[in-house]
Write a protein that binds this ligand. Structure first.
Ligand SMILES: Cc1cc2nc3c(=O)[nH]c(=O)nc-3n(C[C@H](O)[C@H](O)[C@H](O)COP(=O)(O)OP(=O)(O)OC[C@H]3O[C@@H](n4cnc5c(N)ncnc54)[C@H](O)[C@@H]3O)c2cc1C
Length: 401
């Protein structure tokens, strides 16, 4: 049997943005950390809206300053019902100032964020960086043994699975996952436009899913356009001018004339949820634990909240101890399940052309538009569920306002 290379407190499998953030945060907390796996940031025009608390975490990890010149503030999130439904509502705006913030967060290219986080882990001499992929994990006395593809092994008191949707840590730890797909593909790219975006992100809700413009620095925005897979393939094959024109027309020229200004890519849409967030000396974070469509900028932000919860819950004397992991499981269950349900319901309501479903969606938007306290509650929920829960009482006395 091969000998054990090294023994650490915490081994994080998966150097994506969530795994790299976890490595920096847990090192800051005094743990001895290894970050394992090959890095492969995708250059496909994808961006992430990094919301308020996640941005604060990046500040604490010393990464936010490197991103500032490449990120644009998100001051207003606008929803436009573009379904043609009988119960269509006028556009609904959510303003950060309504909940006392200058901005909801910052939008940055996903590959830029992933590179900045990885560079910070590589600059931190306390983090052991192992670039090989993991092949398996085994139980051991008071630890887990991680097997790498070259056959060598590491021991860790806690293994954190941050290895994405196809997580090997999840399957080897025996954690069941439910995986599903939607009849949609997201086309992503970056455009330059003739009108200023004024830091407004606009989500056009269409019968095939949302098409969203998200501000980037200057007169640039990222596009996430969900549509039927065959339509997405056809559009992807178009030349730059034809694709820019199609995006301009889909977004009703609100940003004026457009030209392509970045790579493009397709991501098939699906979701994943797990039956639990931990197993013996194993915890899951990021897309290893939850995947959903890019609606309401939830995915990475939820991953960053996994990191914050892990820091709060694990036992400093033994990070893999059952009590700490039990607390982590309880913390993540309600947050993740509520969001998975809400995003899934909204996405499916767009795909349905049944009148009662249209009516319910129209009513929901009407309530958000008219009832200020409810709108503020939903905005806080999107950013910071614990504070939102504290302030839920705001909603009750003034529903008639
Ligand atoms: C079109 C689109 C738009 C989005 N917009 C937003 C948004 O605005 N806001 C938001 O919050 N979220 C958004 N998301 C979601 C967000 O991009 C993801 O949640 C996030 O990037 C996932 O990061 P991760 O680190 O969990 O996983 P990944 O980025 O998938 O990283 C997993 C890592 O694990 C490694 N790995 C895999 N297998 C192994 C192995 N066996 N051994 C070792 N390493 C391994 C991989 O190489 C990779 O480095 C969007 C998603 C899409 C598709």
């Amino acid at each position: 049997m091969d000998s054990v290379l090294v023994s650490v407190d915490i081994a994080i499998v998966g150097p994506g943005p969530v795994g790299a953030a976890a490595a920096l945060a847990l090192t800051l907390d005094g743990f001895n950390v290894a970050l394992i796996g090959p890095a492969n940031p995708r250059h496909d025009g994808r961006t992430v809206a990094v919301m308020d608390r996640s941005w604060q975490l990046l500040e604490q990890l010393g990464v936010a300053s490197a991103l500032e010149s490449e990120a644009a503030a998100l001051n207003v999130m606008r929803i436009v019902d573009d379904t043609g439904s009988l119960f269509r509502r006028p556009p609904t705006d959510f303003r950060a100032t309504e909940i006392g913030l200058d901005q909801f967060g910052f939008n940055v290219e996903t590959a830029t964020l992933a590179k900045a986080l990885l560079a910070a882990t590589e600059a931190d001499s306390r983090i052991i960086r192992v670039p090989q992929a993991v092949d398996g994990i085994e139980a051991s006395d008071g630890a887990r043994l991680i097997r790498l593809v070259d056959g060598s092994r590491l021991a860790a008191r806690l293994v954190v699975g941050a290895d994405g949707r196809q997580s090997i840590v999840r399957s080897k730890a025996g954690i069941d996952a439910r995986d599903w797909s939607y009849p949609q593909t997201a086309l992503t790219t970056v455009v330059r436009h003739s009108r200023a975006h004024r830091n407004v992100s606009t989500e056009f809700h269409t019968r095939h899913g949302p098409c969203t413009t998200v501000p980037l620095p200057g007169r640039r925005s990222s596009i996430v356009w969900m549509m039927a897979p065959d339509s997405a393939e056809r559009l992807l094959a178009q030349d730059d001018a034809a694709l820019a024109l199609a995006i301009e027309s889909r977004t009703h020229s609100i940003l004026g004339q457009m030209s392509l200004d970045g790579p493009r890519g397709l991501t098939p849409m699906g979701g994943l949820s797990v039956d639990r967030f931990c197993a013996e000396r194993v915890a899951l974070i990021g897309e290893a634990a939850h995947v959903f469509p890019p609606i309401g900028a939830q995915g990475l932000n939820l991953g960053m909240r996994d990191v914050m919860a892990l820091r709060e819950c694990i036992n400093p004397a033994d990070p893999g101890a059952e009590t700490g992991l039990g607390a982590y499981n309880r913390n993540r269950s309600s947050d993740v399940r509520t969001r998975t349900g809400a995003v899934d319901a909204l996405n499916r309501s767009l795909l349905s052309d049944m009148l009662p479903v249209d009516f319910a969606r129209g009513l929901g938007l009407l309530a958000l538009e008219r009832i200020g306290p409810l709108r503020r509650f939903v905005m806080r929920q999107g950013l910071n569920p614990s504070k939102a829960a504290d302030r839920a009482r705001d909603v009750r006395p003034s529903l008639k306002a």
